[in-house]
Design a protein around this ligand. Structure first.
Ligand code: SF4
Length: 227
């Protein structure tokens, strides 16, 4: 793959109903991965022939479909009816999971308690672990005093590897990430043995709603278009 000759679905200007990825015999722009990366796509199909992937993907698709109902005002249309937290609980039931892991940020401790109430209310055992688990000093990973949030004070590092290992030790069936920071979440995904979903992504200034910035990119947040 050479520079400039790679897939750019984000630039696709075709209407959804015209796109090659939405129906047979439809159109594909020159940067379409369906023509540029046919081998990779064929390999992905092979992966779904593996029983575990097939079942997981099928149940995720059933969950997706169940998130809509017919709009009584216009039977041709579907309207979404389920919040993500409910979808997580329903998907976990579909998969037959019993024990869920909750890896959360210390800044969302109250939210973690509320999420636990909901998931326990749906019949799950919930093992939860905060990001600061282990009380490991930031110096241990090479953060200098002047680079801390509050220089001169002890600061526990976020320990996503520890969160994953605690949940692995508890043999959770499925993990839920709540508000882990950029990069910390990546390490959690890397070390978690159970499949993981995200309830919320950390975004300190938007109430953990990173798309608020995207929706307002042409006015309030246009400054983000340049470094
Ligand atoms: S897969 Fe092809 S047709 Fe579909 S959005 Fe991407 S570029 Fe457009």
């Amino acid at each position: 793959m050479t520079k400039g000759n790679w897939p750019k679905c984000a630039h696709c200007q075709l209407k959804p109903e015209e796109r090659a990825c939405r129906g047979e015999g439809k159109r594909a722009p020159v940067f379409c991965p369906m023509t540029l990366e046919g081998t990779a796509i064929e390999r992905s199909r092979e992966e779904y022939r593996e029983a575990g992937n097939r079942e997981f993907a099928c149940r995720a698709a059933l969950q997706e479909a169940s998130g809509y109902e017919v709009d009584k005002a216009d039977p041709e249309k579907r309207r979404p009816v389920k919040p993500r937290l409910l979808e997580i609980a329903e998907f976990a039931h579909r998969m037959g999971y019993r024990r869920l892991g909750l890896a959360f940020c210390t800044g969302l401790h109250r939210e973690a308690a509320a999420v636990t109430r909901v998931l326990e209310g749906h019949g799950f055992d919930v093992v939860s672990v905060v990001c600061k688990v282990g009380r490991i000093s930031k110096e241990e990973i090479g953060v200098q005093e002047k680079e801390k949030i509050s220089p001169g004070k002890f600061e526990s590092m976020c320990n996503p590897i520890g969160q994953a290992k605690v949940l692995n030790a508890a043999a959770t069936d499925f993990n839920v990430v709540l508000g882990l920071c950029v990069g910390h979440d990546s390490l959690f995904f890397k070390y978690s043995q159970a499949p993981t979903t995200v309830l919320a992504a950390k975004d300190r200034v938007t109430g953990h709603n990173p798309l608020a910035v995207v929706y307002t990119l042409d006015h309030y947040y246009s400054r983000l278009l340049k470094p």
